[in-house]
Design a protein around this ligand. Structure first.
Ligand code: 5CA
Ligand code: ZN
Length: 409
């Protein structure tokens, strides 16, 4: 699949700092020191509805990761998937009496437009589940042949016991895992499974549903977790730097994915850090396609909201926090954008070299975007109140805000 166009990232003087980031697996903050090419996998959308502010907030967090790495003069190898076949997508297509491939294509196209408008850097590899199927089948066969997977009425399940590190991403107890598994696509109550938590790797063809050639597995379609593992291993290999997504993916998705990859390769860990963004709520409840309490990025854009203001609204919350989207959050971002633009449109200003370092420091410290915004706010206040003489300052501030925060002033 093609991704979306990259906005240019201006180079800043000097060099940024290495990223310290909270890792769900080790339950602490670690310093990542990737090689010359940093490797990141971020779980993509299931395209049955438009991009909402919760999605945008999660992708914003991982966009900041890339910007910090680029500022350390590394290259970034970024991979993202599109879950373009899965139960919720097929259910929605059936409900609305539309072709599931058309639904997926339309919503993926809209996602690309939203990401472009928000200046999110594109992945180098943007891969659909459907196009990954030829790579998924041999992985499932290998797991089965190694005794890490088993068949149940034609479906193939992964045995969580095959990975001695299972549980090490999310650190949940068995009961919590069971509840979340039932809530998030698993089938813990299906009779005949070796362990109720075992997730499906390959689902045998169901009447009326799309299916693909699965070699010795028979016709069917892939499970959710193996999709991301196949794409990540194909393009990044084991031991990549960050596996990212919202906090609702820690279990089961990232837990199971890590176990699939570790059982397949015998190597540990799949990723050096498992990074999770908080959940954005609307009217007191997590924004979610299934509940329908959504604010769409495309709807805001159509209503004339500047995408840079949407981006500032996302940045005004720490990525790990759960927070609530309100009109006030957006109004504040619109006002901030206006102040910042007024400040950098002056012909000269007060020196900004210290500001560049403050923004770098804030972001390298577990992506503390609110602290970065506060630093820019302080410069803007002084800039508006003082007659400075540094002709290069407004340009340097614009480039800093663009390069490190993805906001075009
Ligand atoms: N296709 C899978 C991942 S392989 C999936 O979870 N798709 S999704 O469309 O449901 O979510 C895409 C990303 O947005 C995930 O990282 C998810 O954790 C995140 N996300 C979903 N809802 C919210 C929310 N309310 N707040 C923050 N992030 C969210
Ligand atoms: Zn995923």
């Amino acid at each position: 699949m093609h991704a979306w166009p990259a906005s240019e990232v201006p180079a800043l003087p000097g060099k940024g700092r290495d990223l310290q980031i909270h890792d769900t697996a080790t339950q602490g903050t670690i310093t990542l020191a990737p090689g010359p090419v940093a490797r990141i996998y971020v779980c993509g959308i299931t395209p049955y509805d438009a991009t909402h502010i919760g999605h945008a907030a999660t992708y914003n967090a991982f966009d900041l990761v890339q910007r910090v790495w680029l500022d350390t003069k590394r290259q970034v190898h970024y991979v993202q998937n599109v879950t373009d076949v899965d139960d919720p997508l097929l259910e929605r297509a059936l409900r609305d009496n539309q072709d599931w491939t058309e639904l997926a294509e339309r919503e993926t196209a809209l996602f690309r437009e939203d990401m472009t408008a928000l200046r999110m850097l594109p992945p180098q590899h943007y891969i659909g589940a459907v196009e990954a199927i030829p790579g998924i089948v041999p992985l499932v066969e290998r797991l089965r042949d190694a005794g890490a997977a088993y068949e149940l009425d034609g479906d193939t399940y992964f045995s969580v016991e095959a990975d001695p590190h299972f549980g090490g991403v999310s650190h949940l107890d068995a009961e919590a895992m069971r509840l979340l598994s039932a809530e998030r696509g698993g089938d813990p109550d299906r009779p005949g499974k070796k362990n109720p938590l075992d997730p499906m790797l390959w689902m045998a063809a169901r009447p009326g549903e799309p299916s693909w050639d699965g070699g010795s597995l028979g016709r069917g379609r892939p499970g959710w977790h193996i999709e991301c593992v196949a794409i990540a291993l194909d393009h990044l290999g084991m031991g990549f730097d960050i596996q990212g997504g919202g906090s609702d993916l820690a279990f089961p998705h990232h837990e199971m994915g890590a176990s699939h990859a570790q059982a397949l390769t015998g190597e540990f860990p799949m990723a050096k850090a498992y990074v999770h963004a908080g959940m954005v709520a609307l009217h007191g409840e997590k924004m979610s396609k299934s509940k329908g309490n959504l604010v769409f990025v495309s709807a805001l854009r159509r209503a004339g909201v500047d995408p840079a203001a949407i981006r500032l609204a996302l940045l005004s919350h720490h990525y790990r926090a759960d927070w609530e989207w309100t009109d006030a959050v957006l109004d504040e971002a619109v006002a901030r954008l206006e102040r910042w633009r007024a400040a950098v449109s002056r012909p000269d200003g007060i020196p900004a070299d210290a500001l560049v370092e403050e923004v770098r420091e804030a972001l390298s410290n577990d992506l503390d975007a609110p602290a970065a915004l506060a630093a820019v706010d302080r410069w803007v206040e002084r800039q508006i109140a003082t007659d400075g003489e540094d002709e290069s300052a407004p340009g340097l501030v614009s480039r800093t805000v663009d390069a490190l925060l993805g906001v075009a002033l």
